[in-house]
Design a protein around this ligand. Structure first.
Ligand SMILES: NC(=O)c1ccc[n+]([C@@H]2O[C@H](COP(=O)([O-])OP(=O)(O)OC[C@H]3O[C@@H](n4cnc5c(N)ncnc54)[C@H](O)[C@@H]3O)[C@@H](O)[C@H]2O)c1
Length: 356
């Protein structure tokens, strides 16, 4: 896992996972360039890389305009490809936007990589959402692909671009399929980004946690430091049998239990159950639990941070830096839900409270 002196490109590097990866790469001695325009509605935040700002080059471009930074691609030893939109709900309201961000932009970027840096190592941030509603648990890489939302369909297309171009020798890609990731630097000011950022935001704002449905669905959240480690290993892997790997957390807990642990870490009241809103019910996948055996066997990776510990570390991080993640006043979180005028814009806190 030697990164010292390597030229590393991180797409989406101002976002949650990309920035944590960047911080670690700088620590390991890599020369990092980030490509990220901070797309409205996504989780990018320039403050995420504050500790390494002087050591990192940031190109404020969209990866679909990759010709603009062709020389940087050509000089890259490893590319970590994390640019993307994570909201399943946004993808249902704005399918073409999701298609553009998660598929078309990826296609353009990969074709540029093929032209400028044939055979370059790329590690792609895929998602467990491609499996849809699990037919069995834990879910392994052989599970059928039946996404329940556009985000899953579009991310799967991008995964297949990486796979196909690797088969033809144009790229040397690894694809990681991530379960719910949480930890420092996830966006709190963008609604509809998943239940974990909502939990953290509500706890920091002193609001009670709400659980949709009966709270018995299982999830296996994975702490961001563990995810970063899986990317770093995949970035230098050699001679593996597989190219696609599930990446999940160390334990599967019910949503009610996760909410209870989070509330208890924050000293907040017990969470309350609420009926499922219709738009979320349609894309709910029921219980999910990752089978991490393949990545354990082939890449020697396993998740280490348990939820009770990870959520405490997460809350501590934000308490010290709250103004950078939840600015006060009228200028609140970003959203692009249709009821908010159809275009991405910043919301007021009153609006956020209604959508948390
Ligand atoms: N967070 C999770 O739980 C999770 C789970 C599964 C998969 N993933 C995948 O991991 C990746 C990173 O997720 P995250 O949680 O850090 O999201 P994030 O929203 O915090 O960060 C994504 C970043 O990508 C940038 N971006 C989006 N489209 C871009 C484009 N066309 N060109 C350049 N930059 C672009 C955004 O500006 C943002 O800074 C995504 O591809 C996501 O699909 C995340």
């Amino acid at each position: 896992m030697n990164y010292r002196g390597l030229n590393v490109l991180v797409t989406g590097g101002l976002g949650f996972i990309g920035s944590n990866l960047t911080l670690r790469l700088v620590e390991l001695g890599a020369k990092v360039t980030i490509v990220d325009p901070i797309l409205p509605g996504c989780g990018g935040n320039a403050c995420n890389i504050d500790p390494v700002r002087e050591s990192v080059r940031v190109i404020g471009a969209d990866i679909s305009d990759a010709a603009q930074f062709r020389d940087t691609i050509a000089a890259s030893d490893v590319i970590f490809n994390l640019a993307g939109e994570i909201s399943h709900l946004h993808s249902m309201h704005f399918p073409e936007r999701d298609l553009q961000i998660n598929t078309v932009a990826q296609l353009r970027f990969l074709l540029e990589c093929k032209a400028a840096a044939r055979g370059v190592r790329i590690v792609y941030a895929g998602t467990r959402q491609v499996y849809g509603k699990p037919r069995y648990l834990p879910v392994d890489e052989g599970h059928s692909i039946e996404p329940v939302d556009f985000n899953g369909v579009h991310k799967y297309a991008a995964t297949q671009y990486h796979r196909m171009l690797t088969r033809t020798g144009d790229l040397d890609a690894y694809m990681l399929r991530l379960t719910n990731v949480y930890g420092p630097r996830m966006a709190l000011d963008a609604v509809c980004q998943g239940f974990l950022s909502t939990y953290v935001r509500r706890l920091l704002l002193g609001q009670p946690l709400e659980i949709y449905g009966d709270g018995r669905q299982l999830r296996d959240p994975v702490y961001v430091d563990d995810v970063v480690q899986s990317f770093l290993i995949a970035g230098r892997a050699q001679g593996t049998i597989s190219r696609s790997f599930n990446v999940g957390g160390p334990e599967a807990l019910s949503l009610a239990e996760l909410a209870r642990l989070a509330a208890s870490a924050a000293g907040a009241p017990e969470p309350v159950l609420r009926p499922f809103p219709d738009d979320r019910k349609n894309i709910d996948i029921g219980s999910y639990r990752t089978d991490n055996n393949r990545i354990g066997r082939e890449l020697d990776w396993s998740p280490r941070v348990r939820f009770a510990d990870g959520i405490r570390r997460t809350l501590d991080f934000y308490r010290e830096r709250l103004p950078h993640y939840l600015p006060t006043g009228d200028v609140g979180p970003v959203c692009n839900m249709p009821e908010h005028s159809g275009a991405p814009r910043r919301l007021t806190y009153a609006e956020v409270a209604r959508h948390s």
